[in-house]
Design a protein around this ligand. Structure first.
Ligand code: LHQ
Length: 264
């Protein structure tokens, strides 16, 4: 697939997906959602890719649904638009067994904030802000997984407050997001991509298979009982312990050297 609305590149084990409609603050159209899903699947199936960066071009990370296209869609089609579009995108982000890092370079509004929270880690700058309440601002409910991710990440009380009272005008700023734990680091904006690449390079040198299996287990963390989590860990550990990286990790330990993980 050739992409009209995003840029996709792979270097040094890192796939970088750049949302590329800067004039529209990287608002999502139907075509752009399909392109993003395609690019993520490409990154998932490419064995050379061991970490994925998601970033926006220009001033914004992503302003959610393109409201011009939404006007053409009509209310009858909204549920199917979500099922076929955003829901697939969010499920893809959460089930790719490789780490996805959001470089939240500017405002993340509506479904853009949901996509940011579907990444495994996020870095931000002083330009970063989250408008979780962009949905309520236009009379909609949070979608694209936000009712799932936001309370899990920040707790129910703050999730309600941020979904309802924090809109496009009074957004969650970078320092608040950092204190709440939804940003792992805040760096100067001209260093955001470079700092994100440092984290991605670190991740790309770790045992990719074990990271993927960890993500699979953590995805179940809030819904499993202790017994179910213990059983899932046993099953996934059986897989991890058969990986080349496990052999390398133990061998490097005995040889008192740094492991060289191949991601297999
Ligand atoms: C935009 C957009 C935009 C088009 C900025 N569309 N052009 C999906 C589908 C089905 C059902 C329902 O739910 C969903 C999920 C959703 O995401 S619903 C929520 C949709 N998003 C929004 O409501 C956010 C709308 N945008 C804003 O509130 C503001 O633009 C934010 C807070 C993002 C940024 O504010 P400012 O920094 O003041 O920038 P701005 O408003 O001046 O925007 C810059 C440009 O980007 C501007 O274009 P222009 O030609 O005037 O310079 C905007 O029209 C354009 N833009 N968001 N979503």
């Amino acid at each position: 697939m050739t992409y009209q609305n995003l840029l996709y590149s792979v270097a040094d084990g890192i796939a970088t997906l750049t949302l590329n409609r800067p004039d529209k603050y990287n608002a999502f159209t139907t075509a752009m959602i399909a392109e993003a899903v395609d690019a993520l699947q490409q990154a998932a199936s490419d064995d050379t890719v061991r970490a994925i960066i998601l970033i926006g071009s220009g001033k914004a990370f992503c302003s959610g649904q393109d409201l011009n296209e939404f006007a053409d869609l009509g209310p009858e089609a909204v549920d199917e638009h979500l099922r076929r579009g955003y829901n697939v995108l969010i499920k893809t982000l959460r089930t790719i067994e490789k780490p996805v890092i959001g470089a939240i370079n500017g405002v993340a509004a509506g479904a853009g904030s949901s996509i940011a929270l579907a990444c495994d880690l996020r870095l931000g700058s002083e330009q970063t802000s989250f408008a979780f309440g962009a949905f309520i601002n236009i009379g909609l409910i949070p979608d694209s997984g936000l009712t799932f991710t936001l309370p899990r990440l920040v707790g129910m009380a703050r999730a309600f407050e941020w979904a309802i009272l924090v809109g496009s005008k009074n957004r969650v700023d970078a320092q608040t997001a950092l204190s709440a734990g939804i940003l792992m680091k805040v760096v100067p904006s001209d260093q955001l991509l470079a700092e994100t690449e440092i984290v991605a390079r670190r991740l790309a040198q770790l045992p990719t298979r074990a990271i993927g299996l960890t993500k699979r287990a953590l995805n179940r963390a809030w819904d499993n009982t202790l017994e179910e989590s213990l059983e899932l860990e046993a099953q996934l550990q059986a897989v991890a312990s058969k990986s080349q990286d496990f052999i390398e990790g133990v061998t490097a330990f005995h040889q008192k050297r740094e492991p060289q993980f191949a991601g297999r």
